[in-house]
Design a protein around this ligand. Structure first.
Ligand code: B12
Ligand code: SF4
Length: 495
């Protein structure tokens, strides 16, 4: 029997606010690691997987659908972030119209938080897998191939002739070491086409690894519905083997660890660092961390082992707001952690959020002051977005399912504003905070030095600059007075 094709799709979505498309040249263009894990799993099972990365290659809904229709696969697997739901629904509708026998399966963070509602809403999706997909997808494919009972497949959402059903169980991968390595070989143009954000790495090529899954915290803005609260790790030896594999086979020189809590186990991180140092592996890497997980000793070791940057979820300069977020953190501890990180010679990327419930002029001022006072060289500011699956979503919307904002849920739009402050005011502060940070001479000098030290970033910077000037010019010529924000094209919500 020839192996059946399964095409995995990361659908197109609005990642960047309309008018700011040029920003894409310098933002994070990482592959969908989830699809790489799934492809590796089903390949072991005898299927023939391929992957379409729409956003990386600027493919439209029509182009993706046409590519799939031409291939005529038996199965399609689509990963769904909330922001990508409408694009995915459109692709699936086109595929179904041309290939009614192709089975369309969806999964990913949006399904882990809103799977039943999504299957009820979009009849073009046949099956949805809630949570981690490796085991459930392979069991689903086996059941479909053999015509056995779907009821035994864990965490599956589907329609039968009577109703939408959800099967029991949540197939958590307890031992990550048992999973096959992500199928990097299936990624078109890997590693060249996939880059973290500019300056987030010294030299490419780069790749991502999730060395652990799960997070025990419950920050109110964060959607942890896919991996849940129990933290599971790859053993340091396997993480090291993955790094070596990427380095030997693809020439990868930088790893971005995308774990929720890379430093959940300091013992493991220490072991990994020691392996890297013992081997002499010359790779740089970055990770995310909570401020309460770093101390000078581990930071020193991480630096020696190639750590280039740590992204800290600092969020705000207001302790009141941190409490409201359930962040279990304090501004003073954040400041200490950033100072220790700088002292160890590691860059701090501060991840901030504007517009969380309770935000007001006073908390915004506190954030501005905080940002000015810490030794941080790079920052991200997210426009607060109540993602389905985050605790705050139900607090804000109750049990009403708000699908009208889904295509805007990319952290670049205020889809909601706290009492007493308008979206317009928030947008004004948003610009002010970023400008105040990046326009400081010492930051300018720092980036000049960095660009001279790592000139490989220059071409991205140049494309960004040209795009910016072009957008300004277009705005001036079209009577928008240089304002870059454009009204996003209206999406048709009929399925
Ligand atoms: C790395 C990362 C990115 C990277 C890469 C994105 C990508 N396409 O994978 C970049 C920087 C590009 C990115 C961008 C965005 N991200 Co992001 N990102 C992450 C992060 C930190 C890790 C993702 C990861 O690799 N996980 C490891 C892999 C193995 O897991 P996975 O992708 O979830 O896949 C598993 C399951 O979901 C499931 N599955 C997934 N797809 C499918 C498909 C099928 C058919 C099946 C059966 C199963 C299945 O099986 C997989 C294997 O177990 C997560 C946080 C997290 N803990 O996951 C946030 C997270 C996924 N991002 C989030 C968001 C909001 C975004 C953005 C919208 C805006 C932003 N804040 O940057 C964009 C949209 C991206 C897009 N549509 O591609 C939210 C999603 C919330 C939501 N409900 O939508 C998360 C959960 C962060 C959070 N805690 O709130 N992101
Ligand atoms: S923000 Fe970080 S610490 Fe908080 S729940 Fe999300 S992953 Fe965990």
């Amino acid at each position: 029997m020839t192996p059946h094709d399964i095409v995995f799709i990361n659908p197109p979505y609005e990642r960047i606010a309309a008018g700011y498309e040029f920003v894409k040249h310098i933002t994070n263009n990482s592959p969908s690691l989830g699809l790489l894990h799934l492809a590796a799993e089903v390949r072991q099972q005898g299927f023939n997987p391929s992957i379409i990365e729409s956003d990386i290659f600027n493919l439209s809904v029509k182009q993706v659908a046409a590519q799939v229709i031409k291939q005529n696969p038996k199965y399609v697997g689509i990963t769904l972030f909330t922001v990508g739901v409408w694009g995915a629904a459109d692709i699936a509708k086109r595929i179904k119209a041309a290939l009614p026998d192709t089975t369309i399966i969806v999964g990913g963070p949006h399904i882990s938080s809103m799977g039943t509602e999504t299957i009820e809403r979009f009849s073009q999706f046949d099956y949805a897998v809630d949570g981690e997909g490796e085991k459930a997808l392979s069991e689903l494919l086996e059941a479909l191939e053999n015509g056995t009972d779907l009821f035994k497949v864990p965490s599956l959402i589907y329609r039968d002739e009577f109703m939408t059903r959800k099967t029991a169980g949540k197939p958590i991968n307890r031992v990550l070491d048992e999973l096959p390595f992500p199928a990097w070989d299936l990624l078109p143009d890997f590693p060249k086409a996939y880059k973290p954000a500019i300056y987030d790495f010294p030299r490419g090529p780069a790749a991502t690894i999730a060395a652990s899954r799960g997070c025990p915290f419950h920050c109110k803005f964060c959607d942890t519905s896919t991996f849940g609260a129990s933290v599971r790790h790859y053993s340091p030896a396997i993480v090291f083997k993955m790094m070596k594999h990427l380095n030997d086979k693809y020439g990868v020189r930088h790893i971005a660890f995308v774990d929720d809590l890379f430093l959940a186990s300091k013992v493991r991180v220490k072991e990994l660092c020691e392996m890297i140092l013992e081997d002499g592996l010359k790779m740089s890497w970055s990770c995310t961390a909570r401020v309460d997980t770093v101390k000078p000793d581990i930071l020193g070791l991480m630096k020696q082992a190639g750590c280039w940057e740590i992204s800290f979820g600092l969020e705000t300069g207001s302790n009141d707001l941190l409490k409201k977020m359930d962040k279990k953190a304090e501004v003073e501890k954040s400041e200490q952690a950033v100072k220790w990180t700088a002292a160890a010679g590691i860059r701090t990327k501060g991840l901030f959020m504007l517009g969380f419930p309770g935000e007001d002029e006073h908390t915004i001022q506190q954030t501005k002051d905080f940002i000015r006072n810490i030794p941080m060289t790079i920052m991200n500011l997210t426009k607060f977005t109540p993602y389905p699956g985050s605790p705050i979503y139900r607090e804000i919307y109750g049990t009403n399912i708000r699908d009208d904002h889904w295509e805007k849920m990319n952290g670049m739009n205020f889809v909601w504003a706290p009492d007493g402050i308008s979206v317009k005011e928030l947008d004004k502060h948003y610009q002010q905070i970023l400008k105040a940070f990046y326009k400081r001479p010492k930051i300018g000098h720092y980036y000049l030095k960095l660009t001279l030290q790592y000139p490989n970033h220059f071409s991205r910077l140049l494309r960004f600059g040209i795009g910016f000037l072009n957008a300004k010019l277009v705005s001036l010529l079209s009577g928008r007075g240089g304002l870059l924000v454009k009204e996003a094209p209206h999406l048709d919500h009929s399925d």
